[in-house]
Design a protein around this ligand. Structure first.
Ligand SMILES: Cc1cc2nc3c(=O)[nH]c(=O)nc-3n(C[C@H](O)[C@H](O)[C@H](O)COP(=O)(O)OP(=O)(O)OC[C@H]3O[C@@H](n4cnc5c(N)ncnc54)[C@H](O)[C@@H]3O)c2cc1C
Length: 370
């Protein structure tokens, strides 16, 4: 961490090797990444600093290694800001989640990326290269009409790979659940770690709790399941990618449409329950609601139940935001919010929100108000 930031002003810089030696003598190696150590070191240097200098000496903590947090962290780091990402879970990508199941890769969170903005498409293509693939089967809406809209993309090895690609070169600490944010006196403490700014990228319900704000129920839960069947897709499964629903089965899709993901002798179906069904069944055992979703999948997709092999279930407590997040305009100084707290719950939107939040943080740092 911090190498990019600190290298900017160390060797060969205005202070040269004398400065480097002085750093080596005064800051223990393990403290190189702490703002406190650097502030102590610089005590005595005149307060008046250039904007660029301040930005390069700044240290920002990003909470959450979902797409928005990682995009924000990358933009900050590439501008020379020191960044550390703290993620409570063991994996990267947040709700762009995938897993291995029955020898296939399935997306348990975001199903596909809609990259309507051309500059964003180019950016994602540069990041993922040939791993960014397009779904070439249609999606049907509630009236069984082909749903219009632009291309739908997926990562060949699982949409969670987007998080892995974004995290390359960043310092990310997994299994660190942030529990405390303190602000005041022109500084921010995140679990006791001092920084110049903090970016909260978790769903607003979680971010608001860290800031001590009250929220109502503003996120929909989503019960989701994957069902594996013997044999290749038949019925609509080989000509349609997904079906939107109006009943308990709000979304269903055949993962085989994501070419290269599912073994040839298997059909892999994904089911997402409606918000009402999810609320009603959230605390019920997965076998109960899983069986109901499975029945609906078999009926809608004309799958012979005797082909059933196994199922995987997952409960998303905060899947999509359904109401505006109040309070994001009253954040304490040095606190910023990215992700679907401030935009639509779509990968494309949270990506852009991560980028614009990084801009806002840099403005704040450059203005010297931190
Ligand atoms: C079932 C489902 C299907 C979806 N389908 C689509 C789709 O097809 N297309 C689409 O574009 N979008 C889809 N979405 C929405 C999309 O996945 C999300 O909008 C997007 O991934 C959110 O990204 P984010 O970075 O804002 O938040 P997240 O991905 O939620 O990232 C936030 C991160 O913060 C971490 N965190 C939370 N609290 C703390 C804490 N205290 N300390 C440290 N870390 C913390 C979390 O573990 C998480 O990793 C879907 C979502 C779900 C759940």
């Amino acid at each position: 961490m911090g190498n990019t930031r600190f290298d900017v002003c160390a060797p060969g810089g205005i202070w040269g090797s004398q400065f480097q030696n002085s750093i080596n003598n005064q800051i223990p190696k393990h403290e190189l990444g702490t703002v406190a150590a650097w502030r102590k070191f610089f005590l005595g240097i005149p307060r008046r600093r250039s904007r660029a200098y301040f930005k390069q000496m700044a240290f920002v903590i990003v909470i959450g290694a979902g797409v928005s947090g990682l995009v924000c962290a990358r933009k900050l780091q590439s501008a020379g800001v020191g960044v550390r990402v703290l993620e409570k879970s063991r994996s990267l990508g947040g709700r762009s989640a995938s897993r291995q199941f029955e020898g296939a890769v399935i997306d348990t969170g975001a199903q596909y990326l809609s990259l309507g903005c051309e500059s964003l498409l180019t950016e994602v293509q540069c990041l993922l290269g040939p791993n960014l693939c397009e779904i070439d089967l249609p999606l049907l809406d509630e009236r069984m009409q082909v749903r219009p809209g632009g291309s739908r993309y997926f990562h060949r090895e699982g949409n969670n790979r987007l998080g892995k690609a974004l995290a390359q070169g960043l310092q990310v600490e997994l299994e660190h659940q942030v529990t405390r944010i303190e602000t005041g006196d022109r500084r921010v403490l995140v679990d006791g770690m001092e920084c110049d700014a903090v970016v909260l990228s978790a769903p607003w319900t979680q971010s608001a709790a860290l800031l001590g704000f009250e929220t109502g129920t503003i996120y929909e839960p989503c019960l989701t399941a994957a069902f594996a069947y013997e044999g290749p897709p038949s019925g609509p499964g080989h000509i349609v990618y997904g079906l939107m629903g109006t009943d308990a089965l709000a979304w269903s899709a055949c993962e085989n449409a994501k070419r290269g993901r599912v073994p040839d002798d298997l059909t892999m179906m994904i089911a997402q329950a409606s918000p009402d069904f999810s609320v009603e069944n959230f605390d019920q055992p997965p076998e109960t609601w899983g069986a109901e979703l499975r029945e609906m999948i078999e009926m809608r997709w004309e799958i012979d139940p005797s082909r059933f092999r196994s199922q995987f279930t997952h409960r998303w407590k905060f899947s999509r935001r359904m109401a505006p997040s109040g309070g994001v305009d009253q954040l304490p100084a040095g606190c910023f919010v990215a992700g679907d707290s401030v935009c639509e719950s779509r990968v494309e939107s949270v990506w852009q929100s991560g980028a614009s939040t990084a801009e806002a943080v840099m403005d704040w740092l450059s203005s010297g108000s931190a």
